[in-house]
Design a protein around this ligand. Structure first.
Ligand code: ARG
Length: 498
């Protein structure tokens, strides 16, 4: 052990220990997030150094026990440092003296930080995946309860064709299942080890990169040492997958805001707010914030790409500013997705209002045109007939009952059939069949094509959905088990050396 007091930061020493830019250079605040990761990376590195005979067993044991002590003291007890890597090394040297300086043999903070980010991000990506599964599960559950609840479907926010709540919700489950898949895919590339690349140019020490990768639960290596320390493409992949997810979910949030405005659905009180002045107000604030999170996520992608664009090889300090974009985005999106799951899972669909609204705005008109086309009328002609009939009914029959509208509509179709087809409507279809096509519920059950809203099609969709969610849950559990097993293995190896 050296007699001298160790400097306050073993990397910067006295020459670079202060100055007005001290705080500007530091990543300490953001590094709290990778404190545990850095300890694991240190342990794996030291175990490997001992196994390779690069440091002595006893030296390794001393460093490893100092690391335990640093861990127990916690992040807030770390000495001042430029970053967590320097601070932990300083803390180790403070405890055990010069031998602590062996910890940083055959590595650099460049490969160290890249490894720490990947190590921590794995957990965050798995959490984001879990959030998507929570939302998909909630959507599937409500979809199953509401498989046959008829609702209006919109395009351009105008009533378009009736569908069901089940069909509508499953549309989001399928979209979000692709977000889950993109996150899994990104996870595979996050889970590669840069450790052992040193500053960028490798090391003369006989390091075993596969071994540290294994000890840290990585699936493989980022092989080229220059690529390994330089690349942050894995951050871009994760953050853009999250932005895609947040964008998808913002659509769901927006729909639910609009639907609650129309009284089609009511959010649970837990997911609503009120006004400080208007006591009658119940506002969908949670969903508005979910919607806004897509903006934050998009700015995360933008912040990352603009920080990374045009960076020269290999390590540049700009990389330090890239990382927080990922932490902020993953936290914001995972939270928003969990809130969306709660809001969607507890919202109350108002069947009566939905049923009334489902037939509004001639939303069954396409079904009538389809019926005529099935009877041999060219679809374009059928479209023209129905459009014209709609107009006649709309102009001539304001404020009349649904039934009267139906009658008026059939009369209008009779007239347009004569005019456009030169024949009576009954030459093609029965009046009753047309009347049935005008009914929102029957209109829905007629559309039984694969993936459509008819009850059988939704039931089939549900079966696929439930399997898809269960498979992804299994895949998530498997990844978590792999990480937990690696954690155990590292602990064992550490106690073998220490
Ligand atoms: N704190 C830095 C980061 O987050 C790692 C340190 C590497 N610094 C250096 N000057 N090479 O990227």
């Amino acid at each position: 052990m050296s007699e001298e007091e160790p400097p306050s930061d073993v990397v910067r020493r006295d020459r670079f220990s202060g100055g007005p830019a001290r705080g500007f250079l530091s990543s300490m605040d953001d590094d709290a997030r990778i404190f545990t990761a850095d300890l694991a990376v240190d342990r794996a590195h030291v175990v490997m150094l001992a196994e390779q005979g690069i440091v002595g067993e006893q030296e390794a044991a001393t460093v490893l026990s100092a690391l335990d002590d640093v861990e127990s003291a916690g992040f807030s007890a770390l000495p001042d440092g430029e970053d967590v890597h320097a601070a932990i090394e300083t803390a180790v040297i403070e405890r055990v003296g010069d031998v602590g300086g062996k910890m940083h043999t055959a590595r650099s903070r460049n490969d160290e930080v890249a490894t720490c980010i990947r190590y921590r991000l794995r957990e965050d990506v798995l959490e984001a995946i879990e959030a998507t599964l929570g939302l998909r599960g909630a959507l599937a559950e409500v979809a199953s309860d509401r498989a046959e609840t008829v609702m209006p479907g919109y395009t351009h926010l105008q009533p378009a064709q009736p569908t069901t709540v089940g069909h509508y919700l499953l549309s989001y489950e399928e979209a979000i299942s692709r977000d889950t898949a993109r996150l899994f895919d990104a996870y595979g590339r996050v889970n590669q080890s840069p450790l052992g690349s040193a500053a960028f140019a490798g090391t003369p020490f006989d390091v075993d990169r596969e071994r540290t990768a294994e000890l840290l639960g990585f699936d493989g290596l980022v092989a080229n040492s220059m690529d390994a320390v330089s690349t942050r493409d894995f951050l871009v992949e994760v953050v853009s997958s999250l932005a895609n997810l947040a964008t998808t979910v913002s659509g769901l949030a927006e729909d639910l805001v609009v639907f609650s405005n129309k009284g089609l659905v009511e959010l649970a009180d837990d997911y609503s707010s009120t006004s400080s002045i208007m006591p009658q107000k119940k506002n969908p604030d949670t969903l508005e914030l979910v919607r806004a999170t897509a903006g934050d996520a998009a700015s995360g992608v933008n912040g990352l790409l603009t920080t990374l664009k045009g960076l020269p090889r290999a390590y540049n300090r700009d990389l330090q500013n890239a990382t927080p974009h990922a932490w902020e985005t993953v936290d914001a999106v995972s939270e928003a997705v969990a809130v969306a799951a709660g809001a969607a899972g507890t919202a109350d669909w108002n069947e009566e209002v939905l049923a009334d609204a489902a037939g509004e705005g001639f939303s069954t008109a396409t079904g009538v045109a389809d019926l005529l086309a099935m009877a041999g009328v060219p679809f374009r002609k059928a479209h023209e007939m129905v459009a014209e009939s709609n107009q006649i009914v709309a102009i001539e029959n304001e404020n009349i009952s649904q039934n009267e509208v139906k009658e008026a509509y059939l009369d209008a179709l009779d007239a347009t059939a004569e005019e456009i087809l030169g024949d009576s409507l009954s030459a093609y279809v029965e009046r009753e069949a047309v009347a049935a096509a005008l009914d929102p519920e029957k209109s829905v059950s007629a559309r039984d094509s694969t993936g459509g809203p008819a009850a059988e099609a939704v039931a089939q969709n549900l079966t696929t959905t439930e399997k898809r969610v269960a498979d992804d849950e299994d895949a998530l559990a498997a990844e978590r088990e792999k990480l937990a097993a690696a954690d155990d293995r590292l602990r064992q190896e550490v106690s073998r050396v220490a």
